[in-house]
Design a protein around this ligand. Sequence first.
Ligand code: ADP
Ligand code: ZN
Length: 721
Amino acid sequence: MNRARLIVMNSALGPLDYRVPQGMNVEPGSVVVAPLGPRQLIGVVWERERLPAGEVGDNRLRNLLHVYDIPPIAAPLRRLVEWTADYYLSPLAAVLRMALPSSGALEGARSVTEYRATGQVPDRLTPQRAQALERIGERQGLVSELAILGGVSDGVIRGLVKGGAIEAVEVRIDDPYPAPDPDHAPPALDETQADAAAELREAVDAREFAPWLLDGVTGSGKTEVYFEAIAEAIRRGRQTLVLLPEIALTEPFLKRFAARFGCEPVAWHSGLRQSQRRRAWRAIASGEARVTVGARSALFLPYRDLGLIVVDEAHEASFKQEDGVQYHARDVAVMRAKLEEIPVILASATPAIETRHMAEIGTYKELKLPARYGGARLPDMAALDLLQDPPERGRWLAPKLVDALEQNLANGEQSLLFLNRRGYAPLTLCRRCGYRFQCPNCTAWMVEHRFTRRLACHHCGHMMPAPETCPECKEEDALVACGPGVERIADEVALLFPDARTAIVTSDTIWSPVKAAEFVARMEAGEIDIVIGTQLVTKGYHFPNLTLVGVVDADLGLAGGDLRAAERTFQQIQQVSGRAGRGDKHGRVLVQTHDPNAAVLRALVSGDAEGFYAAETEARRLAAMPPFGRLAAIIVSSENQAEANEVARMIGRAAPAHENMAVFGPAPAPLAMLRGRHRFRLLVHAHRAVPVQDIIRDWLGGLHWKNSTRVTVDVDPYSFL
Ligand code: ADP
Ligand code: ZN
């Protein structure tokens, strides 16, 4: 009899066995539909011997219902799913889900019906309808997608369709993608670039696992160099995956790619419409998608013949997924390359200490591009001591920075002010009674957003209208905003330079690739004089007329004091200064700080990256911190504080004694409450060689707690909140 063992798309269930009915053919990797009670579930056939499960008698097996007509999930990806689940202590189904599309793409419908506005005003324009039409604008999508965009119910959209304000359009989802041409417009590489490109081309040809660190200063042409490796993969008929840390970077990347290869690559990110997702997924699985660029979720897609992976801005912490399967896309990318037996390129101007270490010990090969392309010089950097030369009262920009902005305006050049804080002010308090606005669900202050006239929690999204009176003492006009966010800096700029044209760039204003493209177009057209932005503007962009960068508060990132605080500050300031002076004009960077003697600032100003990294690395070595030791965090959370505390303590008491491993805590997490759940943390610190995952699996596997308590394990944590 023919049986199949499945991983089904339900994390609560283990492997399940089914009978394969006569006439149905399945193999490991086949995507199937299986019955479960009265329901049907999608599952993937797996090798029996790799999925131990209780034996079920033949007579008790139910028949599989259907096999999808798509290529089976290939063995290297199956192994990657296993590795990821194992390493990050996650259910196989949760990892496997990232490889599968929505059921729509599985069915393979050839077209779908989408909707878009016709421009006609409906007879009855209710406020809801008006809002929906305004928010939808020129976008197109399923009824449900437009309803979400418009912030209304499906019914409102259907009403608009009836009234003629929205019309149906047929979208073919299997239209072929254009094929990029490797020889469309190759640049003339300089000598260093050409040498690096030659090595990478060879690596693509060799078809074997090889991790590369492409370490080049900002503007050195890293992108041009790895484009040559992509060109080679295209010539060989193999697929490439390029991972970017933010979807906001996708749009400029698509343009640049099109200029080099004659057409855009396939994009994969959370902003895609369903029809676009289906089309992309099918093209990736069939091999037709030659080059895919995406956010970290693109990592688990079933490429038919992957030949190369590029991780751009590989040092970025946003490659670490912080919920669900808490994987690090950079590390999983290297593992995928290993399993697929292909090269992987990690490109960065400020590689993470973990990555540099791998290059130092020879595990990764390193390519260096030490100078900017075309003789552009790196910008000059100076620290502005806020104690010596403070801003005026109630202001945040020091006189020297204001002068520099003024000069730049007079010269018709663009400036960028960097402050990694959204909104107007991070804290609102009552001058009279001292009341502070705190999120009811989180251990966090409510952040004022003046444009939307609201206070918002940046952790859970809780919002309230901006208050006029203190809720505690009822005093009017006593509320004051403390500290600056980007909106407040924008206000200050408007006060100082009423004629300057400014733009705020944060995830509030640039929330889609389209918005990012609009911003880029306005910058390029010279329609913006001063940009005020968060980390969103620190990477990727290339604006030749941008010559001044002001870092409003260099101390901000050091405040938290976690393992990577100094490193992250260094990377961020280095990245943002990399935006200055990328063209013919020389750039300069002014960094405001209260502590110009901090090691990280001295290193930045003197340009001594090597010295800084050496000291940081040594400190990590002495403390046996990553990459010299291992960390894992165990987070226990519940709506009931006593219950969370109890479970955390039980876990603490059961901690196994192990040589070269220490368990700290439990203690209330720094974010002691998040989204209404009380949180306790334990931190496991171990020697490199200790099999931490196995130990934690055994340890937690023997304990029980109520479903209302959640226990998650964060292996190699990046957030210490
Ligand atoms: P990085 O990715 O290292 O920051 P880029 O690849 O973005 O650097 O290069 C910086 C700028 O210099 C880009 O506008 C790029 O097109 C240009 N550039 C780099 N190398 C060359 C080259 N060999 N020929 C022409 N332009 C180049
Ligand atoms: Zn909150």
